[in-house]
Design a protein around this ligand. Structure first.
Ligand SMILES: *Cc1c(COP(=O)(O)O)cnc(C)c1O
Length: 564
């Protein structure tokens, strides 16, 4: 960044993970992919923003599955020198009284008009640091609570310091993408301290910090809200932070990252309308807005759809709203583009798994982090019912992918359960499970299947974004009414709901029955027998949903509601 640019940039976006390039294993799933898509749209729109994240040099993990679906994990190192430039600037934080030095690597995201959003990857792997500290920026979501606490100190406190060392002196807004980054707000608060002042509310200028901070919360699931035992926090931070104001950040004798972010941010939001409501119920007394997530269309469009949009909607790449004109694209061209995307996926699946899938069979896709509430095995929960539908309504094949977090035993068991169901279904229904779900496979699966399935237990899906990638590629969704799908679902027009807002989520067996019913009575018959109607749903998915559920619209909302 040149000097002029350093002065101009006034917004800093902090995130634990960022999915920028499939070869940089610095993301684990939805949160990181959203951060990457957000930053790409900021670059496309020329927003004067910078981003801060951890280097995560050894990545999240590479997933290996044996023939029973038992997951093994290997480090997922990536060649940082190929993507990043090391900067001379350094900063440091104190952890447990030790000085931990931090350096930063720069990555430039280039937008469609040439504007750049720089991303700073923090790195503690310096010779001067203690052995333990050198590993603090190695693994994304690795290690124990202490490791995580140290990482969050590096991200929040180290992040604020190093961007100043790099030369950014005019940051007016600090955006916390999830509570992981909340220490940044304590660092800003510490700087307002007036020594000698006894009244704490005069000693610290809470209001000035709040005016600078923005907090986006991403999950109603309790485990997604970081908390640390108070002794751990005191041991790590010692006297370096305003620990004398406990009501700001301590709840139930724990350092609560969400509480810090809530108390020190003026603008707070959930990531879909329903998630905004759920968050307001979880944290009464705070003013909480919502901005519905999106995806970066240029990243997630299959080559065939990119070509199709370039031909029919010139300029769409800089104006995602214009995808509404997809209503004018001839259906046979949409069909051909889909066949191309489907072939790319089927070839990939057959090459990887030997599943022997074919191009003409109705194909269902399900890929996401594997954890209990997402109910990855719901579709396979009644094998007899599923094979009956396959025999009577029309043949199907199913493609799965997803990693379970290394310490999520329930998630790992789900994968094994799916593998055993796959064996039971052979040879009647072909089911493939792709190893090592990543952004490349995410793009292939969301664009190449005929139906995108999502059935988490409501209301735990804050938003979900993979279904938006499907829409962009004309793939209809079948999903419970949770997260973004409450806003995106128009029954029989853009896709279908599993059950109703009232029925769903009470009883998984009932949700499974509703899912089977919709497949049997409506979706599969339409796919095989009413091609024209099916293509109309595909076209509506693009025109009504891709034109709205994208990060260009989303970033514009952040600029207007949060940044300005
Ligand atoms: C899009 C994406 C996700 C997020 O999908 P959800 O539907 O929000 O769970 C996770 N992982 C990868 C690799 C993705 O591409």
């Amino acid at each position: 960044m040149n000097k002029q640019d350093l002065k101009k940039r006034n917004i800093a976006y902090f995130t634990m993970e960022a999915g920028l390039d499939t070869k940089m294993s610095t993301y684990s799933g939805g949160l990181g992919v959203l951060a990457g898509d957000t930053l790409k749209s900021c670059a496309d729109l020329g927003v004067s923003l910078i981003a801060v994240t951890l280097l995560n040099e050894k990545g999240y993990f590479a997933q290996k599955l044996d023939s029973n679906g038992a997951q093994a994990e290997a480090p997922a190192g990536w060649p940082k020198e190929e993507f990043l430039t090391l900067l001379p600037a350094q900063a440091s934080v104190n952890i447990e009284g030790r000085k931990v030095k931090i350096q930063a690597w720069e990555y430039g995201i280039k937008g469609i008009t040439g504007a750049i959003v720089p991303v700073y990857f923090l790195d503690t792997n310096l010779q001067e640091n203690a052995e333990y500290d050198r590993n603090l920026t190695s693994f994304l979501y690795g290690g124990d609570q202490w490791y995580r606490l140290c990482q969050e100190i590096i991200l929040g406190i180290g992040g604020v310091r190093i961007i100043e060392a790099i030369g950014y002196k005019n940051i007016e807004k600090y955006h916390m993408n999830e509570g992981h980054a909340a220490f940044l707000a304590l660092e800003l608060l510490e700087r307002t301290k007036k020594d000698g002042e006894q009244d704490l509310h005069k000693k610290y200028d809470l209001e000035s910090v709040r005016n600078k901070c923005i907090f986006t919360t991403h999950t109603p699931v309790a485990a997604g809200h970081d908390r640390f035992p108070l002794e751990l926090a005191r041991k790590a931070l010692q006297s370096n932070l305003p620990l004398e104001m406990p009501d700001i950040f301590i709840r139930d004798n724990e350092m609560n990252m969400t509480l810090i972010a809530l108390n020190l941010s003026k603008y707070i939001n959930g990531v879909a309308k329903r998630h905004g409501e759920v968050t307001r119920e979880m944290f009464p007394g705070y003013s909480i807005d919502s901005i519905t997530n999106g995806v970066h269309l240029l990243t997630w469009a299959a080559p065939a759809f990119k070509k199709l949009y370039d031909k029919h909607i010139p300029g769409w790449q800089s104006d995602y709203f214009s995808l509404r004109y997809a209503m004018g694209i001839p259906k046979d061209e949409i069909s051909r583009a889909h066949q191309e995307a489907k072939k790319e996926l089927i070839d990939h699946v057959n090459a990887r798994t030997g599943a022997g899938m074919d191009q003409d069979t109705f194909t269902i896709g399900f890929a996401r982090r594997v954890t209990a509430y997402k109910r990855a095995d719901l579709l396979l929960s009644d094998i007899n019912r599923l094979t009956e539908i396959n025999d009577k309504a029309g043949r199907m094949q199913i493609i799965y992918a997803g990693k379970a977090h290394p310490s999520d035993g329930g998630g790992k068991e789900l994968i094994r359960n799916i593998f055993s169901r796959i064996k039971e279904l052979k040879p009647r229904i072909k089911v493939a499970y792709l190893e090592n779900y990543d952004m490349t496979q995410g793009r292939l699966i969301t664009s190449g299947v005929d139906l995108w399935l999502n059935n988490p237990l409501p209301p735990q899906e804050a938003s979900g974004t993979s279904g938006m990638k499907a829409c962009l590629n004309g793939v209809p969704n079948l999903s419970v009414l949770d997260g973004w799908w409450i806003e995106g679902c128009i029954e029989n027009v853009t896709g279908w709901a599993i059950g109703t807002l009232q029925s769903q989520g009470r009883d998984s067996a009932q949700d499974a029955r509703d899912l089977y019913q919709k497949l049997e009575k409506i979706i599969i018959p339409m796919f095989y027998k009413e091609k024209d109607k099916w293509l109309e749903v595909m076209r509506h998915a693009i025109a009504l949903n891709a034109s709205f559920f994208n990060t260009q619209r989303m970033v514009q909302e952040y600029v207007l509601n949060a940044y300005l």
